[in-house]
Design a protein around this ligand. Sequence first.
Ligand code: SF4
Ligand code: SF4
Length: 453
Amino acid sequence: MTVPTQRIELRSFGKGGIHPQTRKRDTASSPIEPMVPLPSEVWLPLIQHLGEPATPLVKKGDRVIRGQKIADGGATGSPLHATISGKVKPIDKRPHPTLVTVPSIIIARDGDAEEEFPEDPAWRETPHAEMLARIRDAGIVGLGGAAFPTYRKLTLPPGVNVDTFILNGAECEPFLTSDYRLMLEEPEAIVEGALAMARLLGVKRVLVGVEADKMPAVESLRTAARSVPLGEQTFEVVPCEVRYPQGAERQLVTSLTGRTIPPRSLPSAVGVLVQNVATAHAVYHALRYRRPLLDRVMTVTGPGVLQPRNLRVPVGTLLQTLVDACGGMRVDTTRLIAGGPMMGRALPRLDLPVIKGMNGLLLLTGRGPLEEGFGPCIQCGRCLDACPLGLEPDQVSVHIEAGRTLDTDPFGPLDCYECGCCTYVCPSGRPLLQFMQVAKSALRRATDIRVKT
Ligand code: SF4
Ligand code: SF4
């Protein structure tokens, strides 16, 4: 990671945010390496996207090859593909990183065969409906973490227009470098994928937000953009202030365009559509080669792992296999997190599969913040200053402690996108993000009940 040596004006958002240590040094210079050998088994949950669960097209005992479609996405979901070649085991419930257990297709590897994906030389002229179909058939979902099917995000509702396509290369979460390495190593695919999605939307302006501690990635994308035909489109890579959560959609839209997304609205409300760099990379391969999403680049890092690395792994690979490929885990590892330390999800175990929306595995040592307990609110106001949305997590927390959870609505829990800035700055160690989650779910339940009665 490098910071710019000459003074350049860095774009940023207005309110809130924090400056945690980026901790990316362990893997920033680790090239993306393939998983060798491929895992002996993968678990492919039928739910790893937003939308209806996928429906299996295979059964126990079937032989499948890598790249073969094995589950249909239905009207709102996303299909699944075999990520290794082998035999299908019984389709049953297996542990899932976010949903406890989910019906999953298990494949035991018995070879290295792979479907062929010949190039479509005229791919840039693909009609829009066919582009959407290829993206849908490839099983691509938002790879920045949301896992919303990409073909749905690219299908704008009637009356909604966008004039700006934003490519999110901020990767503001500490520790993670998978997007950074992809921008350095395969920038042409990212640029082409972004331009293609913008063409699909009829958008001429493409902006890319990259935090300024990743200037090699800025240069890499700029160089790549000079080698692809732009036509009437523009492609601008914009260095942004290193400030968490720069990569949150709301913040990045403001940083790059000066526009403010209204509460509980999508970026399209201000004429913008945002996609992550890894999604653009997958879209390029789907359009040019009809290649489905089979692999994810994962940063495996943190003080608990012996050899931090960036690995390209088949979706469905067990996390234990990743840790083994990185030399194993230190005995004093205390916490496992899918993703980064700010917005990642704590995991209870390593016999869980990599799912499409996952971009890192973090192994931490030492005591977690909540194990120390927490004190009363001393009304210092730091959480108010840190919240990028201007919410009041202090008020939410004291109302919950007083047993008035349903009175927290005016303080914003339903708008909270769980960035964790408030928890990070609180001198009393109060778990403010968790208080926001409790309030949000109680308010949502209460609203459901009121609607039903
Ligand atoms: S977690 Fe929610 S309340 Fe806390 S800073 Fe982020 S958006 Fe604001
Ligand atoms: S940062 Fe903590 S102590 Fe300070 S106002 Fe917020 S909740 Fe209270």
